[in-house]
Design a binder for this molecule. Structure first.
Ligand SMILES: C[S@@+](CC[C@H](N)C(=O)[O-])C[C@H]1O[C@@H](n2cnc3c(N)ncnc32)[C@H](O)[C@@H]1O
Length: 367
């Protein structure tokens, strides 16, 4: 059994915990993520299935640490030889907050030195070329407690493998997945994103409905490690593959006025294996009319952060309000960083939740 931390963005820790519970892994939410105990295969399962978490970190040591000497000892006492083979690549990253030890670069250097010291004794060599697989170590000091972890995920879990980078900062997949989970949409009504852009909300909703593990087509750092049973990983992946069924997807659609964004959106849908399951059309939301009774709009309209864009964004909010009025049976869920959203929308939200889009504080509003 090991201890793990599924790191999650501020505001999403409780969701990561609920997801772990649903996977059968008792977890506790804490600032920065959800903590759970389990086997190395459990960590693999978490990497494959978690929709709202950023990474799964394996916790190797955690203790109150007030000096560099104490940090050195803490790290040197970890049996690194059980994790790291002779050729392991072990970059060390760091983070310090509200602690006696606040120099990130010193904490990183000391951690690295202590690992090398330990490995020297075990492998009987002075120098490590680090030409092998990666075991990314992290040293975090928070309120004088040092936590040493290795990253089992590799790339952050929001990288599902379907996105083609387009230079702009799109909505993070983990945040889009959280927006879908927090919305009143339960799959029995239509879901439509009237500002769908590159399609993140639509794809994450379809993944959920199709029981598609978000990490199904990507690899994780831990798959290259000596630790863990590769056969078991293969079985877990096969089970996830078998559960994925696009026929479970109901009515999910999107529209946007920008043809370039839609082109990318269609490519993402194809790359996510969802071709023909999500309908997207070029349409200005001012003239959008969805046929059918009940519809749940989930959207991430422009924020208008730059002064020039502000007026345009405010018009979009007003038009979203009018869109809901045209659809009397609809619900609207909108993520915005604009404090005056409700004023332009023309109505007070019935519920709100604070979320972060990267570092940007946003409100997720429900109408
Ligand atoms: C913040 S982006 C949405 C990003 C999207 N969630 C994604 O994953 O890529 C806002 C989108 O709203 C669209 N938009 C702005 N005004 C619009 C309007 N009047 N009608 C339709 N789409 C509009 C923009 O073209 C842009 O793609």
């Amino acid at each position: 059994m090991f201890e793990f931390l599924a790191t999650a963005a501020f505001g999403l820790e409780g969701m990561a915990k609920s997801e772990l519970l649903a996977l059968g892994m008792p977890a506790k939410a804490e600032s920065g993520g959800a903590r759970f105990e389990g086997s190395i295969e459990d960590a693999f399962k978490a990497n494959l299935h978690l929709r709202t978490a950023d990474r799964v970190q394996m916790i190797l040591a955690e203790r109150k640490t007030m000096s560099f000497e104490e940090l050195f000892q803490l790290v040197r006492d970890i049996p690194w030889e059980e994790y790291l083979p002779r050729d392991a690549k072990f970059p060390v990253s760091g983070h310090c907050a509200r602690s006696q030890l606040m120099s990130v670069s010193d904490c990183q250097a000391i951690t690295k030195k202590a690992i090398v010291e330990r490995l020297k004794g075990h492998y009987g060599q002075e120098w490590f070329d680090e030409t092998g697989n990666e075991y990314a170590v992290q040293v975090v000091l928070h309120t004088d407690v040092a936590r040493i972890t290795i990253n089992t995920s590799g790339d952050a879990l929001n990288r599902r493998g379907y996105r083609t980078w387009n230079g702009e900062a799109p909505l993070r997949e983990t945040l889009a997945a959280a927006m879908v989970d927090l919305s009143p949409w339960r799959g029995d009504t239509m879901l439509h994103d009237p500002c769908c852009g590159t399609g993140t909300i639509l794809i994450e909703a379809a993944f959920k409905q199709a029981q598609r593990a978000p990490g199904l087509t990507r690899a994780f750092a831990m798959e290259t490690w000596q630790l863990g049973d590769k056969g078991k990983y293969r079985d877990i992946r096969r089970e996830a593959e078998a559960a994925f069924d696009t026929r479970l997807i109901g009515s999910i659609s999107g529209s946007d006025k920008d043809p370039a964004a839609l082109e990318l959106c269609r490519r993402h849908i194809r790359q996510a294996g969802l071709e023909g399951r999500i309908i997207v059309t070029e349409k200005d939301l001012r003239t959008l009319k969805i046929e059918g009774e009940r519809v749940c709009f989930i959207t991430n309209p422009p924020y208008g952060e730059r002064l020039n864009d502000r007026k345009t964004a405010e018009k979009v909010y007003r038009d979203l309000g009018l869109l809901q009025q045209r659809h009397t049976q609809s619900r609207m869920c909108a993520l915005t960083a604009h404090q005056g959203f409700e004023r332009f929308y023309g109505k007070k939200a019935s519920k709100k939740r604070r979320l972060y889009n990267g570092r940007l504080e946003c409100e997720y509003l429900f109408f």
